[in-house]
Ligand binder design. Sequence first.
Ligand SMILES: C[S@@+](CC[C@H](N)C(=O)[O-])C[C@H]1O[C@@H](n2cnc3c(N)ncnc32)[C@H](O)[C@@H]1O
Length: 305
Amino acid sequence: MEGDLTIEDRHLPVLLEEAVAVLQPRSGGRYLDATVGLGGHAEAILIGSAPAGRLYGIDRDAETLALAGSRLGRFGSRVELHQADFAALDTIAAANGWGPFDGMVFDLGFSSFQLDNASRGFSFMKDGPLDMRMDRQGDDKSAAELLARISERELARLLQDYGEERWARRIAARIVQERQSRPLTSTAQLARVVASAVPRRAWPRRIHVATRTFQAVRIAVNNELARLRRGLQDAVKWLTTGGRICIISFHSLEDRIVKETLRGWARSDPPRVHLLTKRPVVPTEREMKANPRARSAKLRAAERC
Ligand SMILES: C[S@@+](CC[C@H](N)C(=O)[O-])C[C@H]1O[C@@H](n2cnc3c(N)ncnc32)[C@H](O)[C@@H]1O
């Protein structure tokens, strides 16, 4: 039963061994986990950097961060957590006297805790309010608000750009038709509307027909791509010489930003980093079997020169 699950069961960290192998945590080192989530990567870094390594963790999601706080409590003053957007890394690190860091990890996207919690509105598998905000106290508008106001044309473009959805125009038209008779308020309602817009014979075999729409709306609600560009742009200057950054992405839009940012740093004159991964590291068959969420993961890493 879900209620009996421990935090560790609720979110299996993806590419954990591979990330630790890149970061090589050591005692006395300072590490930033920019997406602490339920603390899986953070915990491994703290164990690897015992007895005196320090971990600075941020996450936009207050609920998630509270759970990470209880999981990581046993490490005492070696851990500092802060609810924040990694796009504001400069401000947070400067204001709290953090850094420079010997290693950084960005494990992008959302956690299975967020996905499995129906009240957060990320899932088409469980009915809940159409929310999808990672930070519910911040300025972002919920998915319901976004879908109530956006024009049909903009919505089609959003589904195309962020979801790579080939039925974008039909889905956008159906959503607009639906909201003219009743507002879109629940995840099940959105999933139904998407399903009714895509001809049955064209439903994807391996994923739910609403997967791409939910991904697109989530990315838009949380402004994920702009935040990622901004967070990475600032990250490199917070690395010590020899410090390493490791980024795990889950879809091609994120991976493209990661790849281009790392290449840009490596090609600058003088180079700011050298690349540790010419090709992205992907999970083993074993990990993919144990954790289907890992299937699309890609890890890229670089070392500050
Ligand atoms: C895949 S989970 C991280 C899981 C974590 N590595 C673990 O092992 O438990 C991604 C986390 O990043 C957070 N997140 C997403 N975008 C963020 C941003 N711009 N700033 C800070 N946290 C963000 C989400 O709230 C989520 O908790």
